[in-house]
Design a protein around this ligand. Structure first.
Ligand code: GLA
Length: 408
């Protein structure tokens, strides 16, 4: 009798025992996202057309082309990896697309020094119509843990009647009970204000509907819309105080390399860096143009995103179509983004001495009047300091991204 007990039932029993005995179950795993997570996700390019070879080749490419060294560690399988649940309810991957199984795939990805992410949904079916985790939360978390999964993106389709905070908390507790640290990425599109309840539930939460590879558009998908880069940026207003180390506002996966101009891609990447969003690539990283590679591996922009202070930027000035955003960094450094949203190149002449930037949230100030800072532009490599005006011609939909360090 004992021998015939399926592993998951044994594990489930243990997990339940753990629930009673160990109050630590009611916590997410700490330390998994001290800075915003970085990686790649299959959805934006491949949607449901995924298989284990794509994932292996992507992992190989990330090692070979320097993405791993740049900080991208998660290889995330999005929707449609699923096969069926068996008669015990255990989920299995699609046997045609993932014939070697997820454990073997996780071993492969780990062998390359990367981590493997997977996708599920709080409802009975995923957005792609595959089996969701509703009613199988503990069982699925145990299955993923056994496979060696490191990251779970948890979607919100087919959840009629579910309470979001409750459903995500159930999965958080299931992950905790399963015992393997897995980053928990909440994806309910900002519908129920996850920033108000998810700080202790997940490591990041999507703040908007899906991104669309355009600069400033709303793309109707029928019952919902997908959003261009500036639309998503505008939807972050009022959210910065909710993010911080371990709990990030997720502006959705990047569309760098997916049809925007290089200037737009730089602005998109800069904005996600400044607002401390997770940086999850969505392009085909097995074969990307050098220009795209240069953007997504820009060390200065990535360092701004990964800054350990973990404070998101805010817009402190808007003149016409030109916006100025500031982000306090560790060691009293600052990042400044000048973003030209207009259709024409914009001459910029920014008089530092006129500004005393004060951030109530992080209690940091940059007093440009009384303190001199040296700056470096992450994109052009130009340098200067705040004793002279910042003079630049910012291209249409383009950006200047400065890192400022006080001069002693
Ligand atoms: C939702 C999510 C997307 C993607 C798809 C998969 O739309 O927001 O990021 O995961 O589902 O079906």
């Amino acid at each position: 009798m004992k021998q015939s007990m399926p592993l998951w039932i044994a594990a489930h029993g243990l997990a339940l025992a753990g629930l009673v005995a160990n109050p630590a179950h009611a916590q997410k795993f700490d330390g998994l996202a001290a800075t915003p997570q970085m990686g790649w996700n299959s959805w934006n390019t491949f949607a449901c057309d995924i298989n284990e070879k794509l994932i292996r080749d992507t992992a190989d490419a990330m090692v070979k082309n320097g993405l791993k060294d740049a900080g991208y560690v998660y290889v995330n399988i999005d929707d449609c990896w699923h096969g069926k649940r068996d008669d015990k309810g255990v989920i299995h991957p699609d046997p045609e697309r993932f014939p070697s199984g997820m454990k073997a795939l996780a071993d492969y990805v780990h062998g390359r020094g990367l981590k493997l992410g997977i996708y599920s949904d709080a409802g009975a079916t995923t957005c792609g119509g595959k089996p969701g985790s509703r009613g199988h939360e503990y069982q699925d978390a145990i299955t993923y843990a056994e496979w060696g999964i490191d990251y779970i993106k948890y979607d919100w389709c087919d959840t009629k009647g579910l309470n979001s905070a409750g459903a995500y908390t159930t999965m958080r507790d299931a992950i905790r009970s399963a015992g393997r640290p897995m980053l928990f990425s909440i994806c309910e599109w900002g519908d129920t204000r996850p920033w108000d309840w998810a700080r202790d539930v997940g490591h990041s939460w999507r703040t908007t509907g899906d991104i669309y590879p355009c600069w400033d558009c709303e793309f109707s998908q029928g019952s919902f819309s997908a959003w261009g880069v500036t639309r998503i940026l505008d939807k972050q207003a009022g959210l910065r105080q909710h993010a911080g180390p371990g709990h990030w506002n997720d502006m959705d996966m990047l569309v760098v390399g997916k049809g925007l101009t290089d200037d737009e891609d730089k602005s998109h990447f800069s904005a996600w860096a400044m607002l401390a969003s997770p940086l999850i690539l969505g392009n085909d990283v097995r074969s990307m143009p050098a220009s795209t590679h240069r953007i997504v591996t820009n060390a200065g922009a990535i360092a701004i995103n990964q800054d350990p202070l973990g404070v998101s930027a805010w817009r402190f000035l808007k003149t016409g179509e030109v916006e100025y955003w500031a982000k306090p960094l560790a060691n009293d450094e600052w990042a400044l983004m000048v973003l030209n949203r207009g259709a024409q190149a914009a001459p910029v002449s920014f008089d530092w001495g006129a500004y005393h930037i004060n951030d109530d949230l992080s209690k940091r100030t940059a007093d440009f009047k009384h303190k001199r800072y040296a700056w470096t532009d992450a994109w052009s490599g130009k340098t200067g300091d705040t004793t002279r005006k910042l003079e630049a011609k910012v291209p249409s939909h383009g950006v200047v991204l400065l890192r400022l360090k006080a001069k002693t």
